[in-house]
Design a protein around this ligand. Structure first.
Ligand code: NDP
Ligand code: GDR
Length: 344
């Protein structure tokens, strides 16, 4: 492999940081793109200790702009482009459907168009999502399961997914789509439910917060470890041909189960009581209410059940998840306990 340059859009996000770390370990020159803001936030790269790596170049880039995308490719001359940048929070997409469409949907097409114009041999990875399955059609979900997205985010991602396939078929681009189920880590954003929970547990344990307010506890998710999922992304672009792959653990649990696991990881046993909006969890040892429901966190439409079958990724790429949900949850709680204790 002569050209080992890769572009990672969304370098400031969870997956961007882990993917950059992986590619740097493999000897790539990484061009990580971030959007212009008044105060850039590189904390994830700092936590991984890669922000000053000599082969990491941080590039300001607007993915809603085609000419920026063209110049980016001309300047970096990558072998691979990983499109991870997105308005990725499902809840916000209901309030900002148009922005979500422009960034999460059309953003991918700017890059596909730029590849077609600048160098059609560049390999492209699109960060597709299990949110595209939406309303349950069949389980476990596979590459062949019909889509029925339930949020503006899911719809925007589905557009980008089909455009990736369309560019693969129309122009023979190496355009691959990874349909990734939820993946978490200590680097997960605090707005997502797992990190909101582990951060909340750590604050409650350290006496800095009284309780956690959550939305739908019945939603079931297939949660894996982000660091392993970025390895899957890389493997997809090393395959002989472009394709679509599901990455998942094939285990599903409710949000409530994750809450119980997280408190357990901090040695707090819970007693659940009530139903619906009146459901609560109490710390058995102290008798204090530590979980309540706040309907503001409900979504207008919900994805009730996700469980993926990663057999194709295993058979064709040799990829499989290794970290159990218990280990993942413990890792996140322990990291948050340290952060809360040190104020970091
Ligand atoms: P994050 O939310 O942690 O990161 C998203 C990245 O996109 C950040 O770098 C963010 O930049 C960037 N971004 C957001 N808005 C814009 C914008 N307007 N212009 C340019 N960049 C922008 O997501 P993850 O790392 O968890 O996910 C990576 C990708 O994978 C996303 O596309 C997500 O939708 C998708 N995905 C994630 C899954 C998961 O479980 N994590 C599952 C399946 C798919 P900034 O820091 O400036 O906000
Ligand atoms: P999701 O992740 O929507 O699956 O999208 P999120 O963690 O936001 O929600 C998971 C489930 O938990 C329920 N929930 C809450 N969610 C949040 N954020 N906050 C709460 O207080 C809360 N209470 C209950 C939600 O209703 C939902 O059912 C993530 C993102 O990373 C997407 O970008 C990615 O594509 C998908 O995973 C796969």
């Amino acid at each position: 492999m002569e050209n080992t340059a890769a572009i990672v859009t969304g370098i400031t996000g969870q997956d961007g940081a882990y993917l950059a770390e992986l590619l740097l370990e493999k000897g790539y020159t990484v061009y990580g793109t971030y959007r212009r803001t008044s105060s850039v936030n590189f904390w994830r790269m700092e936590e991984l200790g890669i922000e000053n790596h000599p082969n990491l170049h941080l590039v300001e880039y607007d993915l809603t702009d085609l000419s920026s995308s063209i110049r980016l490719l001309q300047r970096c001359q990558p072998r691979e482009v990983y499109n991870l940048a997105a308005q990725s929070f499902v809840g916000v997409s209901f309030d900002q459907p148009i922005t979500t469409g422009e960034i999460t949907g059309l953003g991918a097409v700017n890059l596909l168009e730029a590849i077609r114009i600048v160098d059609s041999t560049i390999r492209f990875y699109q960060a597709s999502t299990s949110e595209m399955f939406g309303k349950v059609q069949q389980v476990p979900q596979t590459e062949a399961t019909p889509f029925y997205p339930r949020s503006p985010y899911g719809v925007a991602k589905l557009y980008a997914h089909w455009m990736t396939i369309n560019y693969r078929e129309s122009y023979n681009l190496f355009a691959t789509s990874g349909i990734l189920f939820n993946h978490e880590s200590p680097l997960r954003g605090r707005e997502f439910v797992t990190r909101k929970i582990t951060d909340g547990v750590a604050r409650i344990k350290r006496g800095k917060q009284s309780h956690l307010a959550l939305g739908n506890l019945d939603a079931k998710r297939d949660w894996g470890y982000a660091k392993e999922y970025v390895e899957g992304m890389w493997r997809m672009l090393q395959a002989d041909t472009p394709d679509t792959y599901v990455l998942a653990t094939n285990r599903t649990e409710t949000v409530r189960d994750f809450v119980t696991l997280a408190f357990k990881a901090a040695d707090i046993e819970l007693r659940w009581e009530g139903q619906g909006e009146n459901e609560t969890a109490t710390d058995v040892a102290t008798g204090k209410q530590v979980v309540v429901i706040d309907p503001r966190f409900y979504r207008p439409t919900e994805v009730e059940l996700l469980i993926g079958d990663p057999a194709k990724a295993y058979n064709e790429l040799g990829w499989s998840p290794a970290t159990s949900l218990e280990s993942l949850c413990k890792m996140m709680v322990e990291a948050d306990l340290v952060r809360v204790a040190t104020g970091s």
